[in-house]
Write a protein that binds this ligand. Structure first.
Ligand code: FAD
Ligand code: UDP
Length: 391
């Protein structure tokens, strides 16, 4: 069989590109080394009949209308605004830290003073970065910032990344702001929904096209190799389009060393009770070894009596030589980006090879960013196959 497009990886990046090319009447082959579709979005149903996100909690949110409209072709949705609480000083308070959190953790007079100061110093802001607060010249604001930094960010970040918070990229810390008001939503995006029948069903619909063939449990690199800037597929030169969504260092045989990632140990627990905790996610910034507990019922909208499943996330070292170790988070810093760029340079001499997704681009992408990137790449590749216009 001849394929016009070969795609490595069946997560959002690979599946969206597969669908777009298939609709152009191109024959598409997807390789997926796991035994299922959907990448990190995959859900499975446990023995207690409850659906869980196998690779950690996934909540869809975006400001990009095009992205949401695209997904609407493959799923119905229900409105879901994600709320997180954090255990600080044995109290459960809203995260991102907001005025309610302040009132719960400070005495009334101090809380009032800080709120007034915040509104005076940031009169037109809805939210502010914790890094901004701790660097503020005003003593009250700075001390407040330091309190939040110490209680919400410092230990959580050290657990998650295994390095001091000062070495973690600002863009990572700034994913979670401090809210200057009572909004207690984790995300502030315009579109916040969950797929009615789940992500796996969404992927089944996305991939349901006669021009798409999927090979599961197959590492593409058993069939694909690169030599002298040419791609070989099943030992013959392949001139079609190759979209790669896996780890770029693996593609080039770790030539410049393995790229660092953080991994997670995910521990699911079932309980014979209606609800385990008062919110879908509770963050544990400080004492516990895990960072957060997710209770899936809240995310999946499944209201089963006397049964619930929770997930504890324990951050772990990633080991590229251990096939059970999963590269969940790229560790963004200058040194690692330089290492990534060396790999990326190699792709520039291979005109029919395209990188897309969290692993192939070594980025901390949310799903909407991956979808946006896949749709953009499709436009570029389909409008021109010329090397210079692709990257
Ligand atoms: P992936 O989903 O990782 O897919 C890549 C696929 O390629 C994998 O299935 C892999 O097995 C396969 N593959 C790799 N190499 C090969 C090979 N050589 N041969 C065959 N197959 C290969 N985003 C949000 O918007 N909201 C959230 O709430 C959210 N929560 C998250 C929670 C966690 C714990 C994590 C880790 C991520 C979260 N994300 C969230 C991000 C989201 O998971 C990603 O943006 C999205 O899944 C990335 O899609 P992808 O296709 O780039 O990568
Ligand atoms: N973070 C924190 N305390 C929290 C939540 C987040 O310190 O209670 C920091 C931490 O460094 C984390 C980053 O903010 O890695 C981004 O958090 P987010 O919830 O976006 O992480 P993800 O859901 O992607 O794991």
């Amino acid at each position: 069989m001849n394929y016009d497009v070969i795609i490595v990886g069946c997560g959002f990046a690979g599946s969206i590109l597969a669908r777009k090319f298939a609709e152009d009447n191109k024959k598409v082959l997807i390789y997926e080394k796991r035994n299922h579709i959907g990448g990190n979005m995959y859900e499975e149903v446990l023995d207690n009949n409850l659906r869980v996100h196998k690779y950690g909690p996934h909540i869809f949110h975006t400001n990009n209308k095009e992205v949401f409209e695209f997904l609407n072709n493959y799923s119905d949705w229900y409105f879901y605004e994600h709320k997180v609480i954090g255990k600080i000083d044995n109290q459960l308070v809203p995260i991102p830290f907001n005025f309610k959190s302040l009132e719960l953790l400070y005495d009334q007079k101090d809380a009032q003073k800080i709120k007034e100061k915040l509104l005076k110093i940031y009169p037109n802001e809805y939210k502010v970065s914790i890094l901004d607060l701790i660097n503020n010249n005003d003593k009250t604001i700075k001390e407040f910032g330091e309190f939040v930094y110490k209680n919400v960010f410092e230990n959580y970040t050290a657990k998650q990344w295994n390095i001091p918070i000062s070495e973690v990229d600002k863009s990572v810390i700034n994913r979670v702001p401090v809210i200057l008001g009572y909004d207690d939503r984790y995300f502030q995006d315009k579109y916040q929904y969950m797929p009615k029948e789940g992500y796996t069903k969404l992927f089944e619909n996305l991939l349901n096209h006669q021009n798409i063939t999927i090979k599961l449990s197959e590492n593409a690199l058993n069939d694909i190799s690169i030599n002298n800037n040419k791609i070989y597929w099943q030992n013959k030169e392949y001139k079609g389009i190759v979209i790669y969504t896996g780890e770029i260092d693996e593609l080039f045989n770790y030539k410049f060393g393995p790229l660092p990632y953080r991994s997670l140990k995910l521990v699911f627990e079932n309980y014979d009770m209606n609800y385990y905790q008062p919110s879908s996610v509770v963050n544990y910034p400080n004492e516990e070894e895990f960072t957060r507990i997710t209770e899936f019922k809240y995310l999946t909208n499944e209201l089963k009596d006397n049964q619930t499943t929770i997930l504890k996330e324990y951050p772990q070292k990633y080991d590229y030589q251990d096939e059970n170790s999963i590269p969940y988070y790229a560790i963004i810093n200058e040194e690692n980006i330089n290492q990534y760029n060396k790999y990326f340079e190699l792709t520039k001499d291979i005109p029919n090879l395209y990188m897309c997704g969290r692993l192939a681009e070594y980025k901390y992408y949310n799903m909407d960013a991956v979808i946006e990137r896949a749709l953009e790449l499709y436009k570029k590749v389909s409008s021109s196959n010329e090397k210079n216009s692709k990257k």
